[in-house]
Design a protein around this ligand. Sequence first.
Ligand SMILES: Nc1ncnc2c1ncn2[C@@H]1O[C@H](COP(=O)(O)OP(=O)(O)OP(=O)(O)O)[C@@H](O)[C@H]1O
Ligand SMILES: [Mg+2]
Length: 375
Amino acid sequence: MSAQGQSPTGLEAVGSVAVHTFAAHQSIQSTPTAHQSMDGHHVNAMAGDRGGVDPARLADYEDVPDGHFYDPDAEYEPDPEYAATLAPDAARQRRERIGPTGRPLPYFPIPGPLTDHGPAKIIAMCNQKGGVGKTTSTINLGAALAEYGRRVLLVDFDPQGALSVGLGVNPMELDLTVYNLLMERGMSADEVLLKTAVPNMDLLPSNIDLSAAEVQLVSEVARESTLQRALKPLLADYDYIVIDCQPSLGLLTVNALTAAHKVIVPLECEFFALRGVALLTETIEKVQERLNPDLELDGILATMYDSRTVHSREVLARVVEAFDDHVYHTVIGRTVRFPETTVAGEPITTYASNSVGAAAYRQLAREVLARCHAE
Ligand SMILES: Nc1ncnc2c1ncn2[C@@H]1O[C@H](COP(=O)(O)OP(=O)(O)OP(=O)(O)O)[C@@H](O)[C@H]1O
Ligand SMILES: [Mg+2]
């Protein structure tokens, strides 16, 4: 180690970074400082002990007040003051159980068993923006509700058939799908229904045939309520029917909204999350006024949240600002486990039962049930 840059305190400046010389390390070990942890490791050498070093050589750290930890990530944070408001102090978080949405986290009890079933509440999973987690949320909310003993029917209402694929069904091999149920009079749901590997959970699958329905329905009488009529005979058999919508606000989505009692809007925690949400809420209001007065926005579900990034936290804060109590307390984190489950063709609750992702969707199921019981 060169003697150049050696200071009386034993700090040596290398470029703009201060490091300890061996001699200084020895002396620190005998006299612990405020910046040294009990196991003898010197923490935060850069910010705390720069006193004797030529300040010009440490210009990068000039803004760090004495005694504060230098956080290399802080440079990338757009507004540290604002960031601090988004991450309340840990002690308060523990004491008041502040959740990721910045509100105190209520306790959602584990739901008790049901003695009888139905009539079903119909939930439309809807956002015209693509790739926000509609299909993932449909599969995993459904599976979590089924785990809690609810009878669940999932409706694949996207011609891409992603929901069917996510449950291990190959849409190309299907003869009968939700399309037949919609378009052919006299077709019974039992002919189309598939049992899934999850007990208590069934599927109305779809494939590319459904894209024709969008065109064919245009000339139908009461075209917006076709799905509602098709689901009616099934209501008594299920507790929850969850419809996975396609990423558009076309006639299929309007059918889903007309059939539904509640809408869940998944929002990915990224910059353009709120773009288009005004159009979606406008569509929901129009359907409410003209077609389905019972329809309600149950909640906004923040998905793909990464608590380590200020960006995610900022977006979530904006979403809470805009929608307030409509935002679910449950937030779904970003994890590679979800794409893996699609490949495996099963919900995360069975594929990785003990994972954080599975826990998140179980918590969402409890929150959804709590909201339903509160009515
Ligand atoms: N919480 C998450 N963390 C990481 N990846 C996720 C998460 N949720 C979903 N994904 C992945 O993001 C992609 C899009 O998710 P998904 O298919 O559920 O969205 P979608 O809204 O249904 O999309 P589309 O509009 O195309 O139907 C998928 O590859 C999925 O595995
Ligand atoms: Mg989808």
